[in-house]
Design a protein around this ligand. Structure first.
Ligand code: GLN
Length: 197
């Protein structure tokens, strides 16, 4: 499997390590490539959209011609895991003129909404299909507001969605790449394994 980490800005290394860990756990070999230019995404079987600063990531993926390739990746039903700023960039509406969202996840988000109450926090969350709680790390996390009818909500905190699936895209407002637990990467890329975990 060839996995591309959109690497224009954000926590790229952590995602590269996390997808390698998930693949190794299932005896799969994975070739991880960093995506900074156009022309790489079309060869990728899977994509990771890291956390970071959504305004910067949005600007750079449009400027470099990567944005349209990500949309094409989704049209081809290939998987993406988008976390935090990645979720904001993938949303339908980020309610911020500096973000030109890709609209590949049918949700609207409020940037830094959790952050206004509390900058960063960690909490165990119950995830649909997983037996044990997942330890979720939230850092200036976006709040998911409106959720389209085809979007599955897989986890919530205080009744707010924090983990959703829209077709081939799994998106989180927290940072699964910052823990050793590969189960969210499994949900995105090895769904049969995740259910067994
Ligand atoms: N709040 C950041 C943004 O709006 C996202 C934070 C993160 O990715 N940890 O881009």
């Amino acid at each position: 499997m060839k996995a591309g980490v959109v690497a224009v800005q954000g926590d790229v290394t952590e995602h590269a390590d996390a997808v390698r860990r998930a693949a190794t756990a299932h005896g799969e070999s994975v070739d991880v490539v960093e995506v900074r230019d156009a022309g790489i995404v079309p060869d990728c079987d899977a994509l990771l959209m890291p956390g970071g600063e959504s305004t910067t990531i949005s600007r750079l993926i449009h400027r470099e011609g990567i944005a349209s390739e990500i949309r094409e990746h989704v049209r081809n039903e290939k998987p993406i895991l988008a976390t935090c700023a990645g979720l904001i960039v993938c949303s339908r509406d980020a309610k911020d003129d500096r973000v030109d969202p890709l609209g590949v996840v049918d949700v609207t988000v409020d940037r830094n909404a959790f952050g206004r109450q509390k900058d960063s926090f960690e909490a165990p969350i119950a995830v649909a299909g997983l037996t044990d709680a997942f330890h979720a790390v939230f850092i200036r996390a976006p709040l998911i507001d409106e959720v389209g009818s085809d979007v599955e909500v897989l986890a919530r905190i205080d009744d707010r969605p924090v983990l959703v699936r829209d077709g081939p895209v799994v998106a989180t407002s927290f940072h699964p790449e910052l823990t050793d637990d590969p189960r969210i990467h499994d949900l995105a890329f090895f769904p049969d394994m995740a259910v067994k975990a």
